[in-house]
Design a protein around this ligand. Structure first.
Ligand code: PLP
Length: 392
């Protein structure tokens, strides 16, 4: 690693997270690890950590991503959540990638192909997200029978994705209803895997009786919404309001609190690359900051091209929080009242600056933050005593 900026990926934390999730929510048979976009930018090697913890199916967005997964595991099943162009279906079959069937038109094209080997498929149902999947029971039924009658197709799964988290939320219940309505002409019990997404579904809801799989993304990487009820007047009022709305709209029961002990798996570090003395009144960077006290400017080899801007506000260096005073495409400038040696490590987020704090400062959530840490930043994947530098 020449440029001393890296994301430290704690593979053991991922394994622990899966074990913890399965311990606290043991009702599912299939725990899908959603590893799209390079495992939420933690790096595809993480699939090994997730499998170690007990993830028994992986899900990605595209065939390309599925093939990346196959570099790490040849036997864990992988579902491609988006339909694959027909001309690439052979690659899916050859690499044992499960394919999503999202419409009657697509199903009709698939059965027209001269398939020799078995194509494993999951049928996607649009229960309310309005993104992908069957929207009518008629199309669903026709596609189901077309595929079922084809000896080269195995219908292994049916799935849907919730558009909402479902707290005091009549739309969540409506989505369940829509799913059952669209699939009403088949026996879901005969489908080996019926699965839903997402992390919030797991923590906020009881398992739906007709499903046996759950697709998990952000929770694996250490984030689960937790809203414990406090004893304050505000909190009591919130509980009352929730009960009232739940009754009024006949919403299903939700759990707002959980006792999951999860660990975030990504930390971000850079290094002091250059140090210069500055005086009161000096301007810094693209003249965006005027020095207010005598001190030093530290230059770090990380910038907005790496996903980090001055809106992150501060870094942690040698026991101190120091302000980021300017940003460039490739570098950040930090003010320090004291001289700091070149080569000193700098935490951008990690043990002292939690990801949640950064998210708050830059008005985003963990999904966006992870995905904005660019591939230019080397990932150092740690598992036990093994450390591997991975460039994407
Ligand atoms: C189809 C599908 N399933 C599951 C997930 C995982 O969601 P989450 O990260 O909220 O757990 C996603 C996330 O984008 C998704 O698109």
């Amino acid at each position: 690693m020449q440029r001393k900026t890296y994301a430290l990926i704690n593979g053991d934390a991922l394994t622990q997270n899966v074990l913890e999730i399965k311990k606290q929510y043991p009702d599912y048979e299939y725990y899908f690890g959603v590893v799209k976009n390079n495992a939420y930018h933690h790096g595809m090697k993480c699939v090994l950590d997730l499998i170690r913890g007990g993830v028994n199916y992986l899900a990605v967005s595209s065939l390309e991503e599925a093939l990346q997964v196959r570099k790490y595991t040849s036997d864990t099943p992988v579902l491609c959540l988006e339909p694959i162009d027909l001309e690439y279906l052979l690659d899916a079959i050859n690499n044992e990638i499960t394919v999503t069937i999202d419409s009657l038109e697509y199903a009709k094209e698939v059965v027209k192909l001269d398939l020799f080997d078995l194509l494993k498929v999951h049928l996607a149902v649009d229960s309310g997200m309005r993104r992908l999947g069957f929207t009518t029971s008629k199309d669903f039924k026709e596609a189901y029978h077309l595929l079922k009658e084809n000896p080269h197709v195995l219908i292994e799964g049916v799935f849907s994705h919730f558009a909402t988290s479902g707290i005091m939320d009549p739309y969540w219940d409506k989505q369940v209803h829509t799913f059952l309505e669209i699939t009403k002409d088949i026996s879901l019990e005969e489908i080996p895997i019926v699965h839903f997404g997402r992390s919030l579904t797991l923590v906020n809801h009881e398992k739906l009786p007709f499903c046996n799989g759950i697709r998990l993304g952000i929770i694996l990487y250490g984030f689960a919404q937790n809203m414990p009820d406090g004893h304050s007047l505000k909190s009591k009022f919130r509980i009352m309001k929730r009960r009232f709305l739940q009754k009024k709209y006949h919403c299903s029961e939700t759990r707002l609190t959980n006792s999951l002990q999860l660990k975030t798996a990504m930390e971000l570090y850079s290094t002091v690359m250059s140090v210069r003395k500055v005086h009161i009144g000096d301007v810094i960077g693209y003249t965006i900051y005027k020095v207010k006290e005598e001190g030093y400017v530290l230059t770090l080899p990380i910038g907005y091209a790496d996903g980090v801007t001055r809106n992150f506000q501060e870094v942690y260096v040698k026991g101190k929080f120091l302000p980021i005073v300017a940003d460039c495409m490739d570098m950040l400038l930090v003010f320090s009242p004291e001289k700091i040696a070149i080569g000193t490590e700098v935490e951008i987020f990690g043990a002292h600056i939690p990801i949640s704090k950064v998210c708050f400062r830059i008005h985003t959530n963990a999904y966006h933050l992870f995905n904005q840490i660019s591939h230019r930043v080397v990932r150092i994947h740690v598992h036990g005593r093994e450390k591997e530098e991975i460039f994407y």
